[in-house]
Ligand binder design. Structure first.
Ligand SMILES: Cc1cc2nc3c(=O)[nH]c(=O)nc-3n(C[C@H](O)[C@H](O)[C@H](O)COP(=O)(O)OP(=O)(O)OC[C@H]3O[C@@H](n4cnc5c(N)ncnc54)[C@H](O)[C@@H]3O)c2cc1C
Length: 408
């Protein structure tokens, strides 16, 4: 949609073909149905939040940035508001209003829209694009083609990975696809026995460890225990590091470290707990420590460390208190994978960015061919970063597809 608008604004004759019965189905469910259109952090920060080839976007951002996205939508009458971590949402809190605004603009620019029209193939001739062929056999000749068919995640929205074959046919490399921004699975007993299922922890520091126990990445956000493992923002952000670690070291399991009290160091925390016990030695430990952690997690950690939660504080050995405090700061458990690609929020891997012109999104291998959005080997954290990447690359692909078509 963004590419079609960009091209039409350059006065190109544009045909937008989508296989679905409506446009923007994934956008309409993104950001919890509110559409996290973009993010207001400075460009450097945005790039940092796109660990999958974010740096490729520097040139693109210098032409059309997150601030331009904000202006673009405000010009379409979509007022945006900023929430935590710079996340921008429509004030309506409805993703559909963003999709509708894009469709109105497409109509205003008289873009020809064809829905319910799956594309089967893209044809090339003499080193340039020639046409696209629909599943029905209908063929549309074109001087420029922008491939914006997304990745392979959540296929019911239309993104079933069809574009990778068309890119390969043009000579492009598809880097290995993998699920990212995805819940993690675990076969630890406490998960299998659903001891913590449904428990949310706020603002914890969750880390992925390498086989030597060194921290690969830490994310400080919320998380939740599920019936098969862990999920929530901190987990989604850590997920790609788990996938990469499993691949890099050929691991069946990866160790996670959970610090549930990241604002306090271990020793002061131990002193604090000891003081509480000294002040009220006869009180049960679970009541003494009430409020220190969510109750279910507190009871879980006490039991994991061999402490009966109803026992009096003074009756518990110092070693046990120490190991409990250590677990508050560093509870380690193993994860053994992720949900599959179709359940991931985002597809990692895709059309290699080495073969794409960073300022135009043009293929370096085939004249008149452009790529944008999630089909590219670019993946960011949730928080508006993927949508930003799709909108920025879409805008550039559209503008330059129009320019390229004019030259033919
Ligand atoms: C539940 C969910 C929540 C998300 N939340 C966020 C978030 O908060 N922040 C964030 O940054 N990102 C989020 N994302 C990711 C973000 O939505 C995607 O990265 C973004 O939509 C990618 O845009 P795209 O245009 O490249 O692909 P898509 O949005 O997937 O669009 C591809 C389009 O191509 C069409 N198509 C596919 N194959 C064909 C074919 N053969 N012929 C014709 N048409 C075809 C599809 O029908 C579809 O309309 C979320 C994703 C999901 C699933």
């Amino acid at each position: 949609m963004m590419a079609a608008i960009g091209a039409a604004e350059q006065k190109a004759k544009v045909l937008l073909i989508d296989k679905g019965n409506k446009l923007g189905r994934k956008l309409a469910i993104s950001g919890g149905g509110r559409c996290n259109v973009t993010n207001r952090l400075p460009v450097d920060e945005i790039i940092k939040h796109i660990p999958g080839n974010g740096r490729f976007l520097y040139s693109a951002f210098s032409i059309f940035s997150n601030e331009d996205i904000i202006r673009f939508f405000e010009n379409l009458g979509i007022k945006l508001k900023e929430e935590d971590h710079g996340r921008m949402f429509p004030v309506t809190d409805k993703a559909q209003s963003v999709v509708d605004a894009l469709i109105s603009r497409l109509k205003e620019l008289k873009v020809d829209i064809k829905t319910n029209s799956p594309i089967q193939d893209v044809h090339y001739e003499n080193g340039r694009v020639k046409s696209v062929e629909l599943k029905t056999g209908d063929v549309y000749e074109a001087d420029s083609v922008v491939v914006a068919v997304g990745g392979k995640s959540v296929p019911h929205t239309g993104s079933t990975g069809d574009g990778y074959a068309w890119a390969q046919k043009a000579g492009h490399t598809i880097t290995e696809l993998f699920p990212t921004e995805v819940p993690l699975t675990s076969s630890e007993n406490f998960i299998k026995e659903k001891m913590l299922q449904g428990l949310s922890l706020r603002s914890v520091a969750l880390s992925v460890l390498n086989p030597k126990g060194k921290v690969l990445i830490t994310h400080r956000m919320d998380m939740i225990f599920t019936h098969i493992g862990i999920s929530g923002p901190a987990v989604l952000r850590c997920s790609q590091y788990v996938v990469k670690a499993m691949k890099k070291w050929n691991l069946k399991e990866v160790v996670m470290n959970l610090d549930a009290i990241p604002d306090m160091k271990e020793e002061p925390l131990f002193q604090d707990v000891s003081k509480k016990i000294k002040e009220e030695p006869k009180k049960s430990i679970k009541n003494l420590l009430k409020g220190m952690l969510p109750e279910r997690y507190l009871l879980f950690l006490l039991e994991q460390n061999g402490i009966d939660p109803s026992s009096q504080g003074a009756s518990i050995s110092n070693e046990k208190i120490r190991s409990f405090v250590k677990a508050c700061k560093s509870f380690q458990f193993k994860v053994n994978g992720t949900l599959p690609l179709d359940k991931a929020f985002v597809t990692g891997g895709g059309v290699s960015v080495k073969e794409i012109e960073p300022q135009t999104m043009a293929s370096k291998l085939m004249e008149g061919l452009f790529f944008c959005g999630e089909i590219l080997d670019i993946h960011g954290y949730t928080g508006g970063y993927n949508i930003t990447s799709a909108l920025v690359t879409g805008r550039l692909a559209g503008l330059n597809a129009a320019v390229s078509a004019r030259i033919v």
